[in-house]
Design a protein around this ligand. Sequence first.
Ligand code: BG6
Length: 488
Amino acid sequence: MSHSKSIFPEHFLWGAAIAANQAEGAWNVDGKGPSVADAIAHKAHLDPKDYTGHMALSEEHIADALHGRNDQRYPKRRGIDFYHRYKEDLALFAEMGIKVLRVSIAWTRIFPTGEEREPNEAGLRFYEDLFREMRRHQIEPLVTLSHYEMPLALSEKYNGWVHRNVLDAFVRYSNVCFDRYKDLVRYWLTFNEIDSIHRHPFTTAGIRAEKSAPGQAEQDIYQGLHHQFVASALVTRDCHAKIPGSQMGCMLTKLTTYPRTCHPEDVEATLKKNLENYFYTDVQVFGSYPPLITRDLARRGIKIEMQPDDLAILKAHTVDFLSFSYYMSLTESTQPDAERTAGNTILGVKNPYLPASEWGWQIDPVGLKISLLELYDRYRVPLFIVENGLGAKDVVEEGQVHDDYRINYFRAHFEQMAEAVDEGVELMGYTSWGTIDIISAGTSQMSKRYGFIYVDQDDEGNGTLARLRKDSFYWYQKVIASNGQDLD
Ligand code: BG6
């Protein structure tokens, strides 16, 4: 496709994304309580193939977090100090020209344990100031209510989302946010990568298998997920009621999977993987559990407890748009010895046609187009790509970062995105992951960098935290200024 033809709509929302727990730091400042993210320790020598081991946590880590000990072992507690430097950072983002910034609200800044009678005013004020500053720069906020940072206290007390009280606490917290930010925020998301509850239940939903009754861990995860579905529907209702013209989206990890061969068994296994990935958005967009999933759960003896109105609530309050993260594609095979590679908190079969990042994530721009076409054809609601990017080790040479690998990654994905729009996909916007280097969600490393702006900090937390524009900063600036026309 030629780079000279822009087909993006005039008001296409070009932007970038970060999450509170990976960027803000200041984990116990101004009344903030500990979140699940604050209990995830850094592993000094991480095997890139150990794609979930980094999220392992012990009682010791939880006690450390609850008592505010051993800060240096927990990189997300320090982030990149966005909490204190957001003005300087927003000025840089504005210089890059972004029109939308995806951020999340740390629930524990508003309700430190999740169950206080009154919200924490200092936390509310921080986000109000942040959103006002964004607006001053004409940057539209896109706000995730829950991005891997629920109160640790709710995890400890209830085994997280397994208990219905957490649903009530979340709805209350969300309503406090709607009331306070109704004049500042129009675009909202409920749960980041809601499907990830199966891959890392603690960070997503505060659920720890060791707290479940024997043999009940899987059952508890589905129960927690059901509570998140209902919570999502209830806050969609409340958001619409409180903020006229607001839009609420769901958020999926789009794990597009190809069959390793055309053997019908591989194709069937792949179909099942993809249907499993659609389960979450089926509930949030169509408003009901898909019949094949319901049947599968029954066959596995999983019984979700529901209150009489739950199904009606799901049906009545579906989302306005579907947002998703896309980093890589996967391959599926029925051969047990098929070679595997790491992906976004998942392990998949290696695709011989694709290169991979240093962390083994398979780079597949065409897969983004396939994902857009599939999602739009299935759901027919506007789509929003809210995460996409390349984690890489950057090198500073004489005050510069020549990250052409990142530019190449984005260019190839933007070309495919443009083709999908040209073929009729309704795409509201795009927020890359991330704007600026932050702590990795999966590995808690600083050296796994995604930003257009370099941050001087290493994995151990050493560094000046100075910000530095990478080559990709200037490239993305041009892309945005030309509305996706100039990709050179
Ligand atoms: C997504 C998460 O899964 O992937 C982000 O929503 C995360 O929080 C991003 O940072 C990249 O993953 P990682 O593990 O490389 O930081």
